[in-house]
Design a protein around this ligand. Structure first.
Ligand code: GLN
Length: 454
């Protein structure tokens, strides 16, 4: 089997299923074939292979790729051709993976279903009437449907973990700072992280190994040594102490999801781990705090999409102010506008203290909840999402319920901790995931636990 065979098999699979699934926005068939040929030549010469040698992959469309249109699933960027590669894209190239294309997502990563994409809806490969989750919708669906070996997503408040849970695949949000954000179009800079979506935990370890590490191009990138994640997959969880937050299994959590997580805990117990109930008492304020902080940062980050610096310029403007106004009104979809308005309000003079500052204080309390818990336990386990994937259209007119869906993922994001979602059961024919949360920069332990369970 040659690298071209691998790439052709993926392209064939995409042609067969993606008309229905809709995971991709853009496929770089020519580029992928070219790369496959070059890699094969290296192989034939007997040269050393990269860690992801020859593996077909996909990228969420908010990760910039030199010369390949990067839309963030927004009309505003329909023609945007970046002039550089994101650091993670460079790293995938160094690891010798083959990037096949760019995946659908919620517009600018705001949403959890793909329904805010300006281009199309992605369908859940397990049941096409249901959403795949989001905002890394296409990335998770492409992996679940066997279109690529792995994908990269971004996670600001759950956008890797939630679609992984809904699609029955593995999704890992690294510790804030572990993976460079250089070249990931910013949504909320203090929360955004890039991470892998894969078929299994071992693959997640391989991909994380390839993309993690300090990057001088990202001032929030952490200069912390990257351990060998592959050697962490020992299968051994004897003596591991697990904390199970009671706030993650209470009101609003589907009892069938709770059962799946409890069964998973039994499996880990059978392997020699122990678990105890813990408290993360500020969980109930996490959603409110997250949506204020994320929207505030978004309102500032998205100021550059004004039709001049970035974005499609309105053809109907007759003054400078109108260029801004009309380009932004025509370019952004309703969810993005909602966030910009919320964020602008929360940051405005007179309201800053009441909203933004308060939210930041709550964020500190949430971080302290985790710090306190991790004095007692090695990992924290709970559901990734309160329910399995909902139906397409079910929540689109109900943003608040949509936001409440993020209750188990946003606290982790606010605290900057790493977490992995791994499939733990089926509810009504749809997969659900268990979330394993770790100490900061301790991705090795959550990979070990998820791998032992899997
Ligand atoms: N669903 C959350 C939101 O809409 C998470 C998004 C994300 O992680 N990018 O903000």
């Amino acid at each position: 089997i040659t690298v071209s065979d691998l790439v052709d098999a993926s392209l064939k699979r995409i042609r067969a299923v993606d008309g229905k699934i809709g995971a991709f926005l853009n496929i770089d068939e020519e580029g992928a074939k070219e790369t496959a040929k070059k890699l094969q030549e290296k192989l034939d010469k007997g040269e050393k292979r990269g860690l992801l040698f020859g593996l077909p992959a996909a990228l969420k469309d908010n990760i910039v790729t030199e010369g390949i249109v990067t839309t963030c699933a927004s009309k505003h960027l329909e023609n945007y051709q970046p002039i550089y590669d994101a650091t993670v894209v460079q790293k995938l190239k160094e690891a010798e993976s083959v990037v096949l294309g760019k995946c659908n997502m919620d517009e600018f990563a705001m949403g959890g279903s793909s329904e805010t994409s300006a281009y199309k809806i992605t369908r859940n490969p397990w049941n096409e009437e249901h959403v795949p989750g989001g905002s890394s919708s296409g990335s998770a669906a492409a992996v679940a449907a066997g279109e690529v070996y792995f994908a990269l997503g971004t996670d600001t408040g759950g956008s890797i973990r939630q679609p992984a849970s809904y699609c029955g695949v593995v999704g890992l949000k690294p510790t804030y700072g572990r993976v460079s954000r250089f070249g990931a179009v910013a949504f909320a800079s203090s929360l955004d992280q890039i991470g892998p979506i894969t078929k299994n935990v071992e693959d997640a370890a391989y991909v994380l190994q390839s993309i993690a590490g300090y990057d001088p191009m990202d001032s929030t990138s952490a200069n912390v040594e990257v351990p060998n994640y592959l050697s962490a997959l020992t299968g051994d969880v004897k003596g591991l102490r697990i904390g199970v937050p009671k706030e993650y299994l209470g009101e609003g959590i589907d009892p069938a999801v709770k059962d799946a997580v409890m069964n998973a805990l039994k499996v880990l117990e059978g392997l020699g781990a122990t678990w105890e109930e813990i408290a993360l008492p500020h969980t109930e304020y996490a959603i409110a705090s997250y949506y204020i902080i994320a929207s505030s940062e978004a309102s500032s980050n998205l100021a550059r999409f004004d039709g001049i610096r970035y974005g499609v310029r309105s053809a109907n403007a007759s003054s400078l102010l109108e260029v801004y106004e009309k380009s932004r009104s025509e370019g952004f979809g309703p969810e993005v506008k909602r966030r910009i308005m919320l964020g602008t309000y929360a940051l405005s003079s007179g309201y800053y203290d009441a909203y933004y500052l308060k939210a930041q204080k709550v964020r500190t309390l949430i971080k302290q909840d985790f710090d306190r818990a991790f004095e007692q336990v090695d990992v924290i386990i709970g559901p990734t999402t309160p329910t399995p994937a909902f139906k397409i259209g079910e929540l689109i007119d109900d943003p608040l319920t949509m936001y409440l869906n993020d209750v188990c993922t946003v606290p982790v994001s606010l605290a900057g901790m790493p977490a992995i979602s791994v499939p733990c059961g089926m509810v009504n024919g749809l997969p659900v995931g268990m979330q394993v949360i770790g100490k900061a920069f301790d991705e090795a332990t959550i990979l070990r636990v998820a791998h032992a369970f899997e």
